[in-house]
Ligand binder design. Structure first.
Ligand code: FES
Length: 118
């Protein structure tokens, strides 16, 4: 499968296989200069920036607690679905991308950024 697919709107880029993402094991994917954390939650997939907005923590190496990801550095938390910070010391939301599952692969539009100004 090509790494780039056009559906509607901008070009989509494959992050990884859906089967690679387990509910308690987010996956870190680097595309160009951006590192993403990919999550499986309640049968849906979500993508956020991998780096914590509080510091250098990799959220894909964090701990899934319900619908939240806990940063492994200082235990701040974010809502996986929205990117909103939910526990101190984190206050700034994560950027998030809509995940499109297609033929067993997970795609995003890298140019989409939600939650930059929160
Ligand atoms: S680096 Fe993530 S909570 Fe501090």
């Amino acid at each position: 499968m090509s790494a780039e697919v056009q559906i509607t709107g901008g070009p989509l880029v494959a992050l990884c296989a859906a089967a690679d993402v387990q509910p308690d094991a987010p996956v870190r994917v680097v595309q160009d200069t951006e590192a993403y954390a990919v999550f499986s939650l309640d049968g849906r997939f979500y993508a956020t920036q991998d780096q914590c907005t509080h510091g250098p923590g990799s959220l894909a190496e964090g701990f899934v607690v319900g619908a939240e990801i806990e940063c492994p550095f200082h235990q701040g938390r974010f809502d996986i679905r929205t990117g909103y910070a939910t526990a101190a010391p984190c206050t700034q939301a994560l950027r998030t991308w809509t995940v499109h599952p297609i033929d067993g692969q997970l795609f995003i539009d890298p140019t989409e950024h939600r939650g930059v100004e929160r």
